[in-house]
Design a protein around this ligand. Structure first.
Ligand SMILES: Nc1ncnc2c1ncn2[C@@H]1O[C@H](COP(=O)(O)OP(=O)(O)OP(=O)(O)O)[C@@H](O)[C@H]1O
Ligand SMILES: O=P(O)(O)OC[C@H]1O[C@H](OP(=O)(O)OP(=O)(O)O)[C@H](O)[C@@H]1O
Ligand SMILES: [Mg+2]
Length: 304
């Protein structure tokens, strides 16, 4: 059987990820941290799962939602901007989405924004009425314009959207923005975000009815473990008992800590998983409030 052939009942899970692009490396890193290892095919399009029966298909990101909809792949890692576009396209034509966002993954962050020439005096979306707006995301733009009650012409472009106003192809654009440098270089300014995007795990709208259900559950539990502690650190210190209340107030981002008595009952030792950044400033504040022997440790894995 060809490794990518589709069939109704499967005992291996197949995940589509971007072959080469912004999401490729972080997607692979997340799956590897979740305990997957694989052997890559010679054409570098398919990775055979070795540690678990979970295979990877390496594709263009735009193809991922469609591959899930067709059942060729079970799950996919893709930008919410891409997933949402196909969901909106299907809604427009009265088709159910057949897939949905299972998890936000915390990387590949960007916004889908309306941008207009720097020289515009921007007041409100009504200024877009009758204008031409260039975008790669016509379905999301159309849906947003509808919610605003604005009629505008959508100019569909597959790339180099930012240059469209300078070329006279469009008056404004709707495109992905991260740092804003591309807009600035094209004398444009972002005025409204219509979507906050990041990479997501996409999966079917309905649960699996075969061995893939258990595999997907296992993978999700592991991914949740990785995501939960991605920016977390284990904080350890000792402090006099009477300082502990004030110290805990300095740790609003901590999970309920483990506290035990040392040195009779006067000194307490604390360890807590903290989700916010553990900066020098915070450590110095803790020290001023009585903490001693402060240690910040990386957390590799967590199983709740
Ligand atoms: N400037 C950016 N900063 C952060 N994330 C971004 C940025 N631009 C795009 N992204 C996110 O990364 C995803 C992939 O971007 P990339 O540029 O690699 O896609 P692509 O050129 O369409 O790749 P492919 O060849 O797979 O079609 C986007 O769909 C979006 O979710
Ligand atoms: O706000 P910024 O940080 O400048 O990022 C925004 C740009 O990034 C993406 O393009 P990318 O760099 O991937 O190039 P391409 O899509 O044109 O290939 C996106 O399509 C924008 O053009
Ligand atoms: Mg693409």
């Amino acid at each position: 059987m060809s490794p990518v052939a589709n069939s109704a009942v499967r005992d291996r899970l197949r995940i589509a990820i971007q072959k080469s692009g912004r999401l490729s490396e972080p997607a692979r890193a997340l799956l590897a941290s979740s305990g997957l290892s694989w052997r890559e095919s010679r054409d570098k399009l398919f990775c055979y799962g070795e540690s678990l029966p979970v295979d990877l298909l390496l594709v263009r990101d735009d193809d991922i939602p469609g591959l899930i909809a067709e059942g060729v792949c079970d799950l996919g890692i893709v930008g919410r901007n891409v997933l949402r576009e196909l969901i909106n396209e299907r809604e427009e034509s009265g088709k159910p989405a057949a897939f949905r966002e299972w998890r936000a993954l915390g990387f590949g962050g960007c916004r889908l924004s309306i941008a207009v020439p720097d020289v515009w005096d921007w007041q409100s979306p009504t200024q877009l009425a009758g204008k031409r707006i260039a975008t790669t995301y016509p379905n999301q733009l159309r849906a947003w314009l509808r919610t605003q009650g604005v009629q505008a012409d959508i100019v569909m472009l597959n790339g180099s959207v930012e240059i469209a106003p300078r070329l006279g192809q469009a008056d404004a654009i709707c495109d992905l923005v991260s740092s804003g440098a591309t807009l600035a270089a094209n004398q444009l300014k972002p005025v409204l975000d219509i979507l906050q995007s990041e990479a997501v795990l996409a999966g079917p709208a309905h649960p699996f009815a075969d061995a893939r259900a258990d595999l997907a559950d296992l993978l999700l539990r592991r991914m949740d473990g990785v995501l939960r502690i991605r920016d977390s650190k284990l904080l350890m210190f000792q402090a006099p008992r009477e300082a502990m209340n004030e110290l805990l107030q300095l740790l609003p981002d901590a999970e309920p800590p483990t506290v035990c008595a040392v040195d009779g009952a006067d000194t307490l030792a604390l360890q807590a998983l903290c989700h916010g950044a553990m900066t020098w400033q915070r450590l110095e504040d803790l020290k001023r409030a009585g903490a001693r022997g402060l240690m910040v440790l990386p957390v590799e894995r967590m199983l709740a």
